[in-house]
Write a protein that binds this ligand. Structure first.
Ligand code: H79
Length: 436
């Protein structure tokens, strides 16, 4: 009697845990696809929508600087007649960017493509052109991967329980089941019409959203396209790093360069100015800050998704396009030390970052480290040759596990100087070394 009860108990437990596992097993993206994504290193984030007409933030100005009624009516006046997808994609191409991620729908709930499932979309503005579709087409022309931002929260659709209207408690009349069906309908439109390379979710921190909903959407997308890459803001928990609970393929630190990580892919999203959406006279980062952000990210083994907010008439600001082009010019000379590399082995700091590929280590100097740069190397690793990326020799000595590089009085590139170290063996397996 007792024995059969115990057996019955274990049977129930194993059935229960199997059922539980079934709900959380994710159809993970192939690691080769993710390696291809991480080789790209540099992409453009674009935050755009009717709110650009007010010049305030897309993600948190509704019911703050802009009243809800004003915010929700802006789309009627939105008519960006100077929008030219080609010009935007060319700006990304000239910057040396390899992919573009565009806000198809932000927290405000406004859809930038002609969705069949909402009456709050670009088709209900005066403009009535498929912005997502035009960008997808231009990306194909310029050989840029096209990716879409889509947030899981929605201030407009009444089935999502938190309306950002001053009431914090979830609306009992809302219906998450119907809201998720709406999401799935829209995501299916986006995947089947525009074939995004990656989908960038957001807004997963509010209480109506659950881990199970995230896993369900992840697997739903994988059934539509098994190769689509998905960021880590679909489940609950931190998006800064990957954890065993993470739903998604890579981590997404926001407005900060991520920590070096050789095991899990990550991408920092950082704005070229302060705001995600366009703000007149927003303070723009200097070229040095832009390059240091990109190089610090690559040095930590991550990607940079660098954000631009276009103006309400459809153009990107000239000064921003110019800054991006300057980044592209730097990459034309130094791109070998960024694209297709891994970060490390030296941990990035305010003086230098390192990247590596095969037998080479690339040192990126943000400033002069003194007349000599002393770096530790592991047992058995020998420096064979050192030169600036322009070919000029750098003299060096090596004593055991320490290499010493002679640094000239002025660095050849005041923005960021790259030194190529040719080693005697593959550098990829070298563990991370903190210099100090
Ligand atoms: O799409 C961009 C943002 O709009 C979105 N994520 C990036 C990619 C985002 N939405 N919300 N948040 C990020 C977090 C918002 C934090 C806030 Fe705040 C806390 C908003 C208001 C209080 C930070 C602190 C910004 C203003 C004060």
């Amino acid at each position: 009697m007792n024995r059969s009860f115990v057996m019955f108990f274990f049977l129930c437990c194993s059935l229960f845990s199997e059922a539980q596992q079934k709900t959380v097993v994710l159809e993970k993206t192939d690691s080769k696809i993710l390696d291809g994504f991480m080789d790209k290193r540099f992409g453009m984030f674009i935050h755009w929508g009717p709110i650009s007409m007010r010049g305030t933030e897309i993600g948190w100005s509704r019911n703050h600087e802009v009243s809800q009624q004003d915010y929700d009516s802006l789309y009627k006046e939105f008519n960006p007649v100077l929008f030219n997808a080609d010009a935007w994609v060319k700006a990304a191409k000239d910057a040396g960017m390899k992919y573009i991620t565009f806000t198809s729908k932000h927290h405000d709930g406004f859809s930038m493509w002609p969705t069949a499932y909402s009456n709050y979309s670009i088709m209900h503005s005066q403009y009535k052109k498929d912005i997502v579709g035009e960008l997808a087409k231009a990306c194909k022309k310029y050989d840029i991967k096209f990716c879409l931002y889509y947030t899981v929260l929605d201030w407009y659709d009444l089935n999502y329980p938190i309306h950002n209207n001053g009431i914090k408690e979830p609306d009992p009349k809302a219906d998450m089941t119907r809201f998720i069906q709406y999401m799935k309908n829209q995501l299916k439109e986006l995947v089947t019409n525009y074939h995004p390379y990656m989908i960038w979710f957001d807004g997963n921190w509010e209480s109506p959203w659950t881990q199970e909903m995230g896993a369900d959407i992840y697997n739903y997308l994988k059934k539509l396209d098994k190769n689509v890459i998905i960021n880590n803001r679909l489940g609950k928990g931190t998006h800064k790093i990957m954890t065993p609970e993470t739903v998604g393929d890579y981590a997404t630190p926001e407005q900060e360069v991520g920590e070096i990580n050789m095991s899990n892919p990550w991408e920092s999203c950082i704005t070229i100015c302060h705001q995600w959406a366009w703000k007149p006279n927003d303070k723009m980062k200097t070229l040095k800050e832009c390059i240091q952000t990109l190089v610090g990210t690559a040095g930590g083994n991550g990607n940079l998704l660098f954000n631009v907010g276009p103006m309400p008439d459809g153009r990107m600001e000239d000064r921003q396009v110019k800054r991006l082009k300057e980044m592209g010019d730097w990459l034309k000379v130094n791109g070998e030390a960024i694209y297709g590399t891994k970060g490390g082995p030296y941990k990035p700091d305010s003086v230098l970052a390192a990247t590596r590929k095969g037998n080479k280590i690339y040192l990126h100097l943000f400033k002069k480290p003194g007349d000599q740069l002393v770096l530790p190397v592991p047992e058995g690793i020998k420096l064979l040759k050192a030169n600036f990326i322009n070919g000029v020799k750098v003299s060096f000595t090596q004593e055991g596990n320490s290499i010493k590089l002679s640094i000239p009085d002025s660095l050849p590139d005041s923005i960021c100087t790259v030194i190529v170290l040719q080693m005697n063996a593959d550098t990829i397996g070298i563990p991370i070394i903190a210099k100090q």
